[in-house]
Ligand binder design. Structure first.
Ligand SMILES: [Zn+2]
Length: 407
């Protein structure tokens, strides 16, 4: 499952209210203050347009200049925006620091606390994440934002309890997260005899037969392209065969527009973007194994963001599909690094592609399996998706300010 998203702090620039004054009648200090405010305001206007066009590195540079003019009446905004650019650039440490400074300068917006909570989560500082999330709940927060933060508090409490030392695990520097999953018994495998896995993609209606008006006809091709990516990552060990009969399929892929369909705990406020359900073998025969064997898997993907009900873009759909299919192929648990597709939460550092660590993890899981001459998706003509299928290792991360909230 994937949950929760950064809330952008709105860039609200009040018009500079100080009026030009005559130097002769005012002290030099007041003139200095006026000039500082004026320069800060002008620079922030530039920052606004830079951020809107996704130029976070440039925006951060200008913001660093603005913060040299502290204190002024924009100090709170400029540090909040600096934090935001750091967040987008994946520098959560600096972002946390800047959110704190923004709060110190009188920032009261709930999003400052919420974003700081998310940064702490990315840094695996679950206790600090909890503190900030609770502060967000105590601030003047809109009703519709509460459920996901309450859910976050619950999830972070569980994680803080699992990591009582509140340490930032060093695992993120490892070349994969296989050992982490193994330690938590969070790995399953498909038997070699099951390969190629028979895949059925349910088109047009959800599992209950309800029509899906947001379903796109290119989704089966998208699913198969994701499976192909995982196949390549496995070193060609995993292979797939599209089938037309749901009953004979090993893996069933379905879609939904109803957030409640994909919630892990019934009755909870839905924040998940997809769910993978398994039928697992009860024993580990023929040989003792640390992995449970998968008999069947069912993946359900939400076509909308669970809180706003806004339709996903194709890129978002691909990101979610890669994540859920990773679960379905055996990575039952999650990575501890925000860049990996198998991170438990959607993050700005993820692209709709696998990281080296994602690839290395699936490759280790199936390392004993014989490679097939023809791997990937068999018997299916991949329709072009009209988007870049390149691997993320060669892609440069481009933060996109338009992607916000809700999934
Ligand atoms: Zn997940």
């Amino acid at each position: 499952m994937k949950t929760m998203k950064l809330q952008l702090s709105a860039l609200v620039l009040a018009a500079c209210i100080a009026l030009p004054i005559s130097a002769s009648s005012q002290s030099k200090v007041e003139l200095d203050n006026y000039l500082r405010e004026k320069i800060a305001f002008e620079k922030l206007t530039r920052v606004d347009s830079l951020m809107k066009s996704g130029k976070m590195v440039d925006a951060r540079q200008v913001l660093l200049e603005v913060t040299k003019l502290d204190p002024n009446s924009y100090s709170n905004e400029s540090h909040a925006l600096l934090a935001e650019t750091c967040y987008f650039l994946g520098n959560f440490q600096e972002a946390v620091k800047e959110y704190d400074i923004a709060i110190k300068y009188g920032g009261k917006d709930w999003r400052l606390f919420w974003n700081a909570a998310l940064c702490n989560m990315h840094l695996n500082n679950y206790k600090n994440a909890l503190v900030k999330a609770n502060q967000a709940l105590k601030s003047n927060i809109p009703e519709d934002a509460k459920p996901q933060i309450q859910r976050f508090v619950k999830e972070m409490s569980e994680k803080a309890a699992e990591n009582p030392g509140n340490f930032a695990p060093a695992n993120i520097h490892r070349s994969d997260y296989f050992d982490l999953l193994l330690a938590g018994r969070e790995l399953n495998v498909w038997d070699n005899e099951k390969l190629p896995l028979k895949v059925y993609v349910k088109e047009g209606t959800d599992l209950a037969g309800r029509p899906l008006n947001l379903y796109r006809k290119e989704y089966p091709a998208l699913i198969y392209s994701c499976l192909d990516i995982w196949s390549k990552a496995s070193g060609g060990k995993l292979s797939f065969l599209p089938v037309n009969d749901a009953n004979s399929a090993d893996m069933l892929i379905a879609f939904s527009q109803t957030p409640q369909d994909v919630t892990q705990v019934k009755g909870e406020i839905p924040v998940e973007q997809g769910i993978t359900r398994f039928h697992l073998s009860k024993d580990d025969s023929p040989a003792p194994s640390p992995f449970r064997r998968i008999l069947k898997a069912q993946v359900e993907l939400l076509l909308v963001k669970p809180t706003s009900l806004k339709a996903l873009t194709v890129d978002e759909m691909k990101q979610i599909s890669l994540h859920e299919l990773g679960h379905a192929l055996g990575i039952r648990g999650h990575s501890d690094s925000a860049s990996d597709i198998m991170y438990f939460n959607q993050s700005f550092r993820q692209l709709p592609a696998l990281t080296k660590r994602d690839k290395a993890t699936i490759a280790r899981l199936y390392s004993d399996y014989p490679g097939l001459e023809a791997s990937g998706v068999l018997g299916f003509n991949l329709a072009p998706l009209g988007q870049n299928q390149e691997d993320r290792d060669s892609a440069k991360y481009k933060p996109d300010i338009g992607r916000q909230s809700g999934f």
